[in-house]
Design a protein around this ligand. Structure first.
Ligand SMILES: [Zn+2]
Length: 123
């Protein structure tokens, strides 16, 4: 499982470690160009779990950022500046972590449900 997670965090295929599974920052290819694994595992709603992980990671990063700023600047915290930083962070964090959470979700899924015949592209 650790190897798969490490590959996922490098945005490589969790199954084979091959690169190039992202078509763009927001879109994953249908299949891994190296091993042919169907990246949505043939399920239309496969990445709903990834969206949940993305939300959790973004919210934790947001809470850590705001908490750190308040802790570092207390009692002279600039609440106006913090408000703008928080708004920017809550927009940037999920966009930044999006592909990582998708590949990580795939790595977790592969660990608990190893690939079978239906998980490989025909090409
Ligand atoms: Zn692969």
């Amino acid at each position: 499982m650790g190897t798969r997670i490490a590959r996922a965090l490098r945005l490589h295929c969790p199954q084979c470690g091959g690169p190039g599974i992202l078509e763009s920052w927001f879109k994953m290819r249908a299949a891994c160009p190296s091993c042919g694994l169907l990246l949505d595992r043939g399920m239309r709603d496969f990445f709903i779990g990834a969206y949940l992980i993305n939300l959790i990671v973004a919210e934790v990063l947001f809470a850590v950022l705001v908490g750190s700023v308040v802790w570092a600047t207390w009692p002279a915290t600039s609440w106006d500046a913090l408000q703008y930083i928080a708004i920017a962070a809550i927009i940037v964090a999920p966009l930044t972590t999006y592909p990582f959470t998708k590949t990580t979700w795939l790595a977790f899924d592969l660990a608990f449900s190893p690939p079978s015949e239906k998980d490989w592209s025909r090409t």
